[in-house]
Structure formats: C-alpha cells, structure tokens
Design a protein around this ligand. Structure first.
Ligand SMILES: [Zn+2]
Length: 107
C-alpha cells in the first residue's frame, strides 16, 4: 500500500503528526494545516471562508458531544426530525476530517 501524505494547504509541506495537524473548514470542506500555518492563515486573513475553529480539537469534540445531546433531547421532547439531522452534522464533519487526515498520521 502506498504511503499517504497529508499536506499543509498553506506551505504544501507534509504534516508529520496529529499533534501538528489543524483541520478546519474552508468553504465547507475540511482543509489541513500545520499549527503555525493555521495561525498565520488566521492572522493574514488570506483565506476567505475559513473557519477560525479547528475541527480536531478537544473543545470541538466536547462542543459536538454537547450539541448532539441537546439535539437528541430536543427530538425526544418535540419529535421534530430536524433535531436528528442537526445532531448528525457535527459528528459527520468530525468523521470526515478524521477520514481525510487523521487516520493517516501517527500520534
Ligand atoms: Zn504548513
């Protein structure tokens, strides 16, 4: 099997570990950066449509889990299917980022 390289979208160098990876949404698509390149991209505002929130952070994981719980409670109370769909958005984006980048990198 061919090795898979995760390239930083800013400097185009390979990302070596998950600790140095920041994935974020750019125009609703996960993009990988080095930690330093993500900060630089935020500062110079060269990226239009770039989210300032990393997908692969602990705070995002906690937010996604809490959002799911709130949406599932909302569905249990109201039986509105929109709550179930909303509950799946966060985990789907998180899984998409993992599938694209994190599974190819060592810790
Ligand atoms: Zn970089």
């Amino acid at each position: 099997m061919k090795p898979h390289f995760v390239l930083c979208d800013r400097c185009l160098e390979p990302i070596e570990s998950r600790a140095d990876l920041v994935s974020t949404l750019v125009r609703l698509r996960p993009i990988a950066f080095h930690n330093a390149c993500f900060v630089d991209a935020l500062k110079d505002r060269s990226r239009r449509g770039m989210s300032a929130y990393p997908i692969n952070s602990v705070s995002t994981n906690v937010s996604v889990a809490l959002g799911c719980i709130v949406c599932l409670i909302g569905f249990a109370i109201t039986h509105v299917w929109l709550f179930l769909i909303a509950a799946m958005v966060g985990p789907a984006i998180r899984a998409w980022s993992w599938w694209l980048f994190e599974r190819h990198l060592d810790n």
